[in-house]
Design a protein around this ligand. Structure first.
Ligand code: MG
Length: 283
């Protein structure tokens, strides 16, 4: 089978129809009857051409392998063939016509790309999810936040490395694809996640998006704490998230705020993270 990558809307049905249509012939091609009236430009005028019996050849095209090799070996024209069926016809091979599909249109002009993008976009939806996580602070030598260890006189306490930033983003991604929450996938009662680095959880959520044929669009996380100061570490966090998620840095936002001394984050009892993620998936 030969296909032209400039016709991206190929599906399994096209291939099945082609193989059925091949029968005992040397080849079969998908083709559409010419529906428009066809004109020929002549010196000083135009004339109407007969369109009866005219077909527009598409791809994929199917051939028996050895007859196609032989036909290529016998091709003697200086000009390259415009399709494989033409090579087969030239040696008298029998090629069958199988009803094609307008969706197999060829991307040639800028307007073809615009139409293809509209068609591809129509088959996908954008989903958004949010996630919140908080962990308690206790005596220690540093906190893990968004995959970066920041030196501090406290640490975040939790079953894993207690990276509230990664946990919030993980929940946001799981939320966007309706896959429950981080505790469903990595139960805190399971000893294998004790002290686990949280990038494992985030990678898993990103994998689930890809397994559905989806793609992350962007993530945005806000860390809420008085200390440590987040700003000096923001770029390193974005780069770490970029590495874990396989997403460009400009699709990743890390922000920080305080609560001006109010509440548990203000009293430095714990750190809160809140995240939003957008993904696009097939409908
Ligand atoms: Mg957590």
């Amino acid at each position: 089978m030969v296909h032209d990558a400039a016709r991206p809307f190929l599906n399994a049905g096209h291939i099945q129809a082609l193989l059925q249509g091949l029968g005992g012939a040397d080849g079969a091609i998908l083709a559409l009857p010419v529906a428009d009236t066809v004109k020929r430009e002549m010196p000083g005028n135009i004339e109407t051409a007969q369109r009866e019996g005219l077909w527009r050849a598409q791809t994929p095209q199917a051939f028996r392998t050895q007859p196609l090799r032989d036909a290529y070996g016998a091709w003697s024209d200086d000009r390259p063939p415009t399709d494989e069926a033409g090579v087969m016809e030239a040696v008298g091979g029998v090629v069958r016509l199988v009803p094609g599909d307008p969706m197999l249109f060829k991307l040639t002009y800028p307007e073809d790309f615009a139409m293809a993008e509209r068609l591809a976009g129509a088959a996908r939806v954008t989903r958004t999810g949010q996630g919140i996580d908080a962990h308690r602070l206790g005596p220690g030598d540093g906190v893990w936040l968004c995959g970066i260890k920041i030196a501090h006189d406290r640490e975040l306490i939790g079953h894993s490395d207690a990276d509230a930033g990664l946990h919030a983003i993980t929940d946001a991604i799981l939320g966007a694809i309706g896959e429950g929450d981080i505790g469903d996938h990595f139960p805190p009662t399971d000893p294998q996640w004790k002290g686990a680095p949280s990038h494992i959880f985030l990678s898993h959520a990103a994998d689930l998006v890809r397994q559905r044929g989806g793609a992350l669009i962007n993530v945005d996380v806000t860390l809420v704490c008085e200390k440590p100061k987040i700003k000096p570490h923001r770029q390193a966090m974005r780069e770490k998230l970029s590495e874990i998620l396989g997403l460009p840095v400009d699709r990743i936002s890390v922000k920080a705020t305080t609560t001006e001394g109010m509440g548990y984050t203000g009293r430095e009892e714990g750190i809160l993270a809140q995240a939003i993620a957008s993904v696009e998936t097939p409908v």
